[in-house]
Design a protein around this ligand. Sequence first.
Ligand SMILES: *[C@@H]1O[C@H](CO)[C@@H](O)[C@H](O)[C@H]1NC(C)=O
Ligand SMILES: *[C@@H]1O[C@H](CO)[C@@H](O)[C@H](O)[C@H]1NC(C)=O
Ligand SMILES: *[C@@H]1O[C@H](CO)[C@@H](O)[C@H](O)[C@H]1NC(C)=O
Ligand SMILES: *[C@@H]1O[C@H](CO)[C@@H](O)[C@H](O)[C@H]1NC(C)=O
Ligand SMILES: *[C@@H]1O[C@H](CO)[C@@H](O)[C@H](O)[C@H]1NC(C)=O
Ligand SMILES: *[C@@H]1O[C@H](CO)[C@@H](O)[C@H](O)[C@H]1NC(C)=O
Ligand SMILES: *[C@@H]1O[C@H](CO)[C@@H](O)[C@H](O)[C@H]1NC(C)=O
Ligand SMILES: *[C@@H]1O[C@H](CO)[C@@H](O)[C@H](O)[C@H]1NC(C)=O
Ligand SMILES: *[C@@H]1O[C@H](CO)[C@@H](O)[C@H](O)[C@H]1NC(C)=O
Ligand SMILES: *[C@@H]1O[C@H](CO)[C@@H](O)[C@H](O)[C@H]1NC(C)=O
Ligand SMILES: *[C@@H]1O[C@H](CO)[C@@H](O)[C@H](O)[C@H]1NC(C)=O
Ligand SMILES: *[C@@H]1O[C@H](CO)[C@@H](O)[C@H](O)[C@H]1NC(C)=O
Length: 667
Amino acid sequence: MAAGQALAALLAALLAVSAQLLPPQASFAISLRKVDNTTVTIKLKPGVSSICKMRIRSVIRSELILKPGENVTFTFTCSTPEKYFIMEIQKNIDCVSGPCPFGDVYLYPVQLPRLNRTYTWDVKASTKAGLELKFSAPWLRQIEPGETCSDFISYNINSCIDNTMVNIGTFCRNGSVSRVKLLGGVVMSLHLPWDSSLTTSGFSIANRTSIKRLCIIESILKGESSITLMSPNYPLGFPEDELMTWQFVVPSSMRASVFFHNYSLSNCERKEERVEYYIPGSPSNPEVFKLSDSQPANIAGSFNMSLQGCDQDAQNPGILRLLFQVIVQHPQLDENVTHLVDLSKERNMTVTIHLDGWPGRIPLMSEPVCLICKDPRTCDRILTLASGTVYRISFLCKDLSRLRITAEKGISCVDLRWCQRKIYSLSVPKAILQLPIQLHEFIWKLLAPDLINIEVTSPSLKLQQHVRDVPEQRCNRSYSYSIVSATPETELNVGVFCPGGSIEKIQMRNNITITLRAFGKGFINETNHQDLKMSFVPHIKDECSFTVSPNSKAKVYLQTPNWRYGLPPYVSISWYIIVPSKQIARLGFSKDRMGIACETGRAYINIKEETLGAEETVRREDEVLPDPRNMYHNFWVNISNCKPVDKMQLTLEFWVTFADKQIARGM
Ligand SMILES: *[C@@H]1O[C@H](CO)[C@@H](O)[C@H](O)[C@H]1NC(C)=O
Ligand SMILES: *[C@@H]1O[C@H](CO)[C@@H](O)[C@H](O)[C@H]1NC(C)=O
Ligand SMILES: *[C@@H]1O[C@H](CO)[C@@H](O)[C@H](O)[C@H]1NC(C)=O
Ligand SMILES: *[C@@H]1O[C@H](CO)[C@@H](O)[C@H](O)[C@H]1NC(C)=O
Ligand SMILES: *[C@@H]1O[C@H](CO)[C@@H](O)[C@H](O)[C@H]1NC(C)=O
Ligand SMILES: *[C@@H]1O[C@H](CO)[C@@H](O)[C@H](O)[C@H]1NC(C)=O
Ligand SMILES: *[C@@H]1O[C@H](CO)[C@@H](O)[C@H](O)[C@H]1NC(C)=O
Ligand SMILES: *[C@@H]1O[C@H](CO)[C@@H](O)[C@H](O)[C@H]1NC(C)=O
Ligand SMILES: *[C@@H]1O[C@H](CO)[C@@H](O)[C@H](O)[C@H]1NC(C)=O
Ligand SMILES: *[C@@H]1O[C@H](CO)[C@@H](O)[C@H](O)[C@H]1NC(C)=O
Ligand SMILES: *[C@@H]1O[C@H](CO)[C@@H](O)[C@H](O)[C@H]1NC(C)=O
Ligand SMILES: *[C@@H]1O[C@H](CO)[C@@H](O)[C@H](O)[C@H]1NC(C)=O
């Protein structure tokens, strides 16, 4: 049995080898008519050396060139010539010296061996005559350099100006490009893989009157769709001082928007590079745009767009190139609904409306777009509004829940005489809240020179510090504030806070950034009573000072700032805890040591009641922290850091509870 199997395997292997070497039965006969002016070349793929050859009668060759009027019969010496050989079929069409054979273009000759092949039609025509390449459905789709077509069938269109080849583009089948019109000849090639069963070229050639420009590319966009197109030679430069046009055929019931994704400009000596639109119904045709402008959106029906180059600086020409997208959508139901955004009374504020996930996430080109419009035709994926202005915006977006608002407001104080005692409300303006778009973040940047500090208060709601490991003190509201204090050198993450706690006031040094983050829809309801205020105050002693006045019997947890990375070296923080007169407070630490060793300086905790002759409790980093203790008056907790030895971080958490005085006595 085993021997039989081995023999069978050996036989199979021998057969496999011989299949490569033995002359197969198939022989090919190619005969070219003189009138067709076609040359066929069969050759090894560049860079391939092969044992596989061609046998013509008894002569062995590795290349064959068959000229118009010639014929040949040959075989391959292997059974898989498609692995090694390629074929080029070149047809010259001369429309200058004789009549032009217009009409459908055929794949000639027929019955060629199955090899990867490139058909090239080299059409010479007078520079005064226009040529039109018309593609049969399902038309073509332009691809970027380096992209391949899923069926490996691609078209390449080249034009010739002043003996220089211009690559109009490379295309796959199945797209919206229906016609390409050119001037004075074209070199059109079609690449087919060896196993393709395509039998027609898929296009016809016709003559047209002069188009007076490099080319016109026509796209027919029937339903909701998106196409990407590139300027000729992309990513290299569009020919100097040339003009070309894209025509878009769009049903009048649909809306088209144009987006420039990638462009660069050349250095113009004379004239300006620009795009011009003919938009039916527009009172100002052609509409001229710079490439850097936001391009027209929400165009009803067909339009055309022309790209105009300039006279370039010969020394340093630069590159004019453009990659753009046209998106066609149904009109949105509320395209005519405008929202008034009155920022006229706001100061130093910007409001950006954008897609969720921006700026990190780049939307896929295939995703339905959400556009925000400043006026019916000026729409973009991102819109930034500035304070001092009244806007009427509208949305072209099926699903407004994909959009978010991020706003930033700067408040600065240069001279305390002007800003002291002035109370600034840190609330999200109604103009933003009433938009049907969810707020993502509202950022307040509070700037002050070195000797002016900042006080943040929440008089009626009071703030709760977000403490992750205490479930009842996690910020679970629909919004929270993150407070960061920064100098040019360091950043101190003061903490995350939400309304409904016991912190009345936070005083901080340095410039402060407060970021309101909203989570979900409930935010709108909860912001009816926003209650965050700020003012500029004279210089304070500590880096950061909290005033805490608990109004419940709940346990309040407080943590040192910069919880994740530890308190920075030498920084000192204080808490002033208000104890109601009929109550006593109990103070305890969540661990029994500071947990650091100092490299320089010493770290301290000081606890002191605010009453005459009160004794101060002091602990150093090498001592045990105080046991839980009762406090009968308002008191201070002060924590100051040393420079801890490497990798040690000072993070401290303490709690305060309250009880009525009588009950406490009974305990
Ligand atoms: C091939 O060419 C030869 C002369 O070159 C000619 O005699 C012969 O008839 C041609 N055969 C075909 C099939 O065209
Ligand atoms: C034939 O075309 C296919 C697909 O483009 C490619 O993978 C293959 O390498 C080509 N073969 C030769 C011999 O060029
Ligand atoms: C065939 O091609 C040659 C070379 O381009 C050209 O000179 C000649 O005019 C062409 N003949 C026809 C009939 O197109
Ligand atoms: C043509 O492209 C569309 C979308 O790009 C696709 O849905 C369709 O299947 C494609 N048709 C063919 C024949 O490849
Ligand atoms: C197209 O070519 C034909 C024949 O060569 C000529 O009669 C006709 O005027 C041409 N049409 C255009 C639009 O140039
Ligand atoms: C835009 O052009 C740059 C530079 O050529 C290239 O790196 C980038 O991938 C292009 N982006 C797109 C979307 O084609
Ligand atoms: C562009 O559109 C306008 C108006 O429809 C038309 O007059 C003009 O001929 C078009 N130009 C091109 C090059 O398509
Ligand atoms: C929006 O207004 C334009 C101009 O008045 C009108 O043509 C269009 O039908 C309106 N769109 C919708 C969805 O009502
Ligand atoms: C406006 O805000 C920016 C920061 O967002 C700040 O640099 C600037 O000083 C502020 N101007 C005024 C007048 O508050
Ligand atoms: C938030 O947490 C508090 C305390 O744990 C709890 O009473 C409240 O129900 C929570 N609210 C929500 C919306 O989860
Ligand atoms: C705060 O910002 C202002 C303006 O950018 C700057 O002049 C000042 O030095 C900053 N203050 C601190 C403490 O970094
Ligand atoms: C907001 O409040 C209104 C009325 O108080 C209520 O009907 C609505 O459900 C609330 N919305 C959310 C998201 O909580």
